[in-house]
Write a protein that binds this ligand. Structure first.
Ligand code: DUR
Ligand code: ZN
Length: 130
């Protein structure tokens, strides 16, 4: 299923909560659980830059900490010209908690969008310890 407008709106609204004193670059995410529950997230920066948590990971960690295990879609919004491209850390975390076939909709400034799967975002990923 392609992303519902409601999910995109939720990601955009979440970006308005971003804590971004260093980059001034707001990002929002909306993770949709199997039953339709929405978990939103924004990027949360830190004076120790490496501790910054991206919007995608905020949404995923919120959902997992609420006990969610199955997801159907992730939307990521950023004010980029082309649809935003998640960082490597977020791709690895997505691969941990989402099925390889799950769609991820990437959104740019003008609501331009690109739909990819988890597998396309992180091919040949490390997912198991054995
Ligand atoms: O997919 C992305 C890309 C970047 N950022 C954040 C991290 C940092 O706060 C700011 C600039 O990289 O944007 C996200 O949250 N998600
Ligand atoms: Zn990231």
């Amino acid at each position: 299923m392609s992303a519902k407008e409601e999910w995109i709106d939720a990601a955009i609204t979440a970006s308005q909560k971003a804590y971004i004193p260093y980059s001034q670059f707001p990002v929002g995410a909306c993770l949709v659980a199997e039953d339709g529950t929405l978990y939103t997230g924004c990027n949360i920066e830190n004076a120790s830059f490496g501790l910054t948590n991206c919007a995608e990971r905020t949404a995923i960690f919120k959902a997992v900490s609420e006990g969610e295990k199955k997801f159907q879609h992730l939307v990521v919004y950023g004010q980029t010209k082309a649809p935003i491209s998640p960082c490597g850390a977020c791709r690895q975390v997505m691969a941990e908690f989402c099925d390889a076939d799950m769609p991820v909709t990437l959104i740019g400034n003008d609501r331009s969008r690109k739909e990819m799967t988890i597998r396309e975002l992180l091919p040949y990923s490390f997912t198991e310890l054995h």
